[in-house]
Design a protein around this ligand. Structure first.
Ligand code: B12
Length: 213
């Protein structure tokens, strides 16, 4: 896809123009650009552009939150709730691990997997490992997905397999993603698969049928 096609959307998102951004997304969809392209060339690029305003040195909460709200509006437009999508492929539990409050990527993942036919149980952000494992147990999950944006959560992610095993859930797949985790190898995080984008998780789950619940 021509990267320039999503330029206006990126600008509107960075400016936090909610209505304009949703309108632009609608125009892009109308011109044949896929949801996947809008996520990767629009939403991700816009948040990447705000990176300099969200470091340990400089932290502009208001600007980032306003842009985040516009991103959520576009996500809801792309993946409308209640569109009666069949959830035939099993249950997946998702969370951002304890210590991390970033949830925009996790929310995209939720919509992508729902659109692909999975039943999603969202444990939210800053989620303790025990809560994630208990939920996987109660909901009969075939996989858990964790989204990590800050590197300090890596030790938390490494606890997930043990916590699942303690509940007899050795067959439940563990998928990791998000900026802080996607650079790591699966064996470093003790997970089954590390994803670049939300769409990789859907492909991996479809290909493996992991857990089979
Ligand atoms: C927005 C943002 C915030 C917002 C979060 C709002 C929200 N509701 O999420 C707010 C303002 C709250 C915030 C807070 C902080 N932030 Co911040 N934040 C960002 C920023 C600018 C964008 C992140 C984002 O939303 N990206 C867009 C989404 C869509 O992308 P994504 O998460 O990568 O998701 C995509 C894929 O990765 C994938 N994916 C994501 N998760 C998963 C999971 C699975 C299983 C799969 C398959 C796929 C997948 O799917 C998505 C679509 O494809 C980043 C910079 C950056 N470029 O990442 C910094 C960044 C993550 N933040 C950072 C920091 C330092 C902080 C603070 C500590 C700042 C502070 N001084 O307090 C706090 C952290 C508080 C905490 N305990 O968590 C650092 C982390 C550094 C590090 N390596 O540890 C970053 C990298 C900025 C930087 N360069 O320094 N932040």
């Amino acid at each position: 896809m021509n990267g320039r096609s999503t330029e206006r959307l990126v600008r509107l998102l960075m400016d936090g123009e909610r209505t304009g951004a949703v309108g632009e997304a609608e125009t892009l969809v109308g011109s044949g650009i896929t949801r996947e392209e809008i996520v990767s060339c629009g939403l991700e690029v816009a948040m990447k552009g705000l990176e300099s305003k969200c470091t340990l040195e400089e932290f502009n909460l208001l600007e980032i939150m306003i842009a985040g709200r516009a991103v959520m509006d576009v996500i809801k437009f792309l993946y409308p709730a209640g569109t009666n999508l069949p959830s035939t492929k099993g249950t997946v539990v998702i969370a951002t691990p304890e210590g991390d409050v970033h949830d925009l990527g996790k929310n995209i993942l939720r919509f992508v997997l729902v659109a692909d036919g999975y039943r999603l149980v969202d444990c939210g952000c800053d989620c303790p490992v025990a809560t994630l494992a208990d939920t996987a147990d109660e909901e009969g999950a075939r996989a858990v997905c964790v989204s990590g944006l800050i590197t300090s959560v890596i030790p938390v992610v490494r606890q997930i397999r043990g916590s699942l095993a303690a509940r007899g859930l050795d067959g439940v797949g563990i998928i990791a993603g998000g900026a802080a985790l996607k650079q790591a190898a699966p064996e470093d995080l003790d997970v089954d698969f590390v994803c670049d984008s939300a769409f990789d998780a859907a492909n991996w789950l479809d290909a493996t049928g992991e857990g089979g619940a």
